[in-house]
Design a protein. Structure first.
Length: 47
């Protein structure tokens, strides 16, 4: 879910029962991870 920008950080954090800040603290490269996501049309939409 994290690499997919269709899911907001807030919604992922809520699903996990943590704050968005916690995600950013524990995944410091989160914005970079989202920036280098492979588009769905290339990988078959499996992400």
């Amino acid at each position: 879910m994290l690499p997919n920008p269709e899911h907001s950080i807030t919604s992922i954090a809520k699903l996990l029962g943590v704050s968005p800040g916690t995600l950013y603290n524990h995944i410091p490269d989160l914005q970079e991870l989202r920036a280098c996501r492979v588009p769905a049309q290339i990988d078959g939409g499996t992400r």
